[in-house]
Structure formats: C-alpha cells, structure tokens
Design a protein around this ligand. Sequence first.
Ligand code: C2E
Ligand code: MG
Ligand code: MG
Ligand code: MG
Length: 284
Amino acid sequence: EAKSSGRNLFRFYEPAMNERIMERRQLEMDMRQALRRHEFRLDFQPRYDASSQTIVGAEALVRWQHPLRDLLSPACFIPLAEETGLIVELSDWVLREACLNALSWGDELMVSVNLSPVEFQRSDLVDRVATVLDSTGIAPQRLELEITESVMLEDAASALTTMNGLKALGTRLSMDDFGTGYSSLSYLRSYPFDGIKIDRSFISGLDQSQSSEAIVHAIVSMGHALSLTVTAEGIETVAQLGKLTELACDQAQGFYLGRPMSPLLFQKVLADARVERVLEPGVS
Ligand code: C2E
Ligand code: MG
Ligand code: MG
Ligand code: MG
C-alpha cells in the first residue's frame, strides 16, 4: 500500500523534475553559446577609502545579457556554471576583462575579482591567473582576488597551497562575506589574506542594533591587529558610512557610494572625481 502510493507520488513529481532538468540543460547550452557570443558583461562597483571618500578601485561583477531574458544576475547562473565546469571559461573571461578595464583607469586603482570555490578545487588556478597577468600586463598588486571561506572548507591543505601560489604571483587576497561562515576567525590566522570584506548583513544592522555595531567594531579591531585592510560592503545610508568611519573601517563599498555600473559610466565617475580633486586642491 505505502509502496504503491510512494510510487504514485514519484510519478506525480516526475514531469516537473524532467522539466527542471530540461530547463537546466537549455540554460547550460545557452551559456556555452553566450560565452562564444560575448553575452556576458562586467559591471564595476566603486570602492572608496572610507575617511577621504576617494575611489581606490572597483569590484568586477558579472552579468549575463541573455538575448531573450532580462539581464541575469550572477545568482542565476554562477551555480550552474560551477556545476558544469563552465565557471573556468567564464572566470578566465572575467579576469581578463577586469584587468583590461583596470588598465584604462590609469596605473593605480585596484580591481577586485570574485573567484569560485570550484576554481580552487582544480590545480590550474595559479597558472590561469599568471596567464592573465602576463597577457594583460597589469601590475599584479593591482589585482585583488575575493574568495569566501567555503574555499577553505573544501580542502584546507590544497587551498593553502593555491593561495600561496596566488600570493607568489603578487596578487592580493581578500575574504569576502566575512562573518557569515563558521570559522572565519581561525582562517585569517592560517591563510595569507590581505583583507576582509565585512558582510552586508552586519552593515545593514548598524542602523538598528547595538550588537551589530559591537561586532563590526570587533571585526575592524581584529582585522587591524592582523594587518588586514578592512572593507565594509553594502553601505546604503550616510548614517552607516558615518558609523563605519567612526569605527575606523578602511574602505567602503555600497549603493550609497556607488552602484555597480557599466565600464563607461565608471570611467565617467572617475573622471568627475579627478576634476573635483583638481578644483578643490585642499581635499586629498
Ligand atoms: P559579492 O562578491 O559579495 O558582491 C556584492 C553583491 O552585493 C553584488 O551583487 C552587489 O551588486 C551587491 N551590492 C553591493 N552594494 C550593495 C548595497 O549597498 N546593497 C545591496 N542590497 N546590495 C549591494 P551581485 O552583483 O548580484 O553579485 C552577487 C554575488 O555573485 C557576488 O557577491 C559574488 O559572490 C558573485 N559574483 C559576482 N560576479 C562574479 C564573478 O565574476 N565570478 C564569481 N565566481 N562570482 C561572482
Ligand atoms: Mg565580492
Ligand atoms: Mg560579499
Ligand atoms: Mg559573495
């Protein structure tokens, strides 16, 4: 009795499941094609020095301009790219495009690129990054690679080897979404990070709760004790920015300061900021 009803239940779900699988397969084919047809593009979100509020760089964020859909955000396609291995090809494109854009900003600003944990599970990541540095000619210290702590959860030993390899190339490493994982603190001690990015959830909490402020304060102090650059992400209000400056956070990123924008618009923002600096020489 129970068995047959279980089978019915299975049959009941089967069409929907097939549909999902077909849809994913379609998406995967679309994605391969999208890579060939150059449907991916990068937005850049400016990153500021918190106290002077001058731009110190930008984070590259990938989007997919699908011909038949709206602009797709990374949450819609990065997981599938990871599952299918297409993430490597996509990420090679992102790395190269990000570096080429950075070269057009002059020779000082940083560019940050998000890497997937899947890329760390493969042995070729250091070579891939070296190739991009070589072929674009960007100074390695201008490239910052953002990783989340899931990288260390997968295979701690090989993650360390890869991270040391990336450091040896001269790139910077930062831990993204800091504070959301389980063991972020211990990782900071054992891995060669240059910076941490405090997760948005703590920043939005700054308006509402004393505890968020205490946590951010603790993260900034600890980061500085470990000689790390501390960046706050997801700043949406002037009050949050004020609080973070008060808490001596080094860098700031968020909709209040600047949304992710097209390369062209970012260049315009940069140019405007430079003009402003010339007109107000007192401000650094
Ligand atoms: P992330 O690296 O933590 O990037 C920050 C995300 O927060 C971005 O979303 C950004 O648009 C958004 N954001 C920035 N400031 C604010 C704010 O003030 N308020 C709010 N509500 N959101 C803000 P996005 O572009 O949708 O990217 C989501 C995630 O996708 C990224 O999180 C990153 O983990 C991943 N991702 C993006 N581009 C790439 C890529 O090229 N490669 C890989 N592997 N992952 C990527
Ligand atoms: Mg990031
Ligand atoms: Mg983040
Ligand atoms: Mg993230």
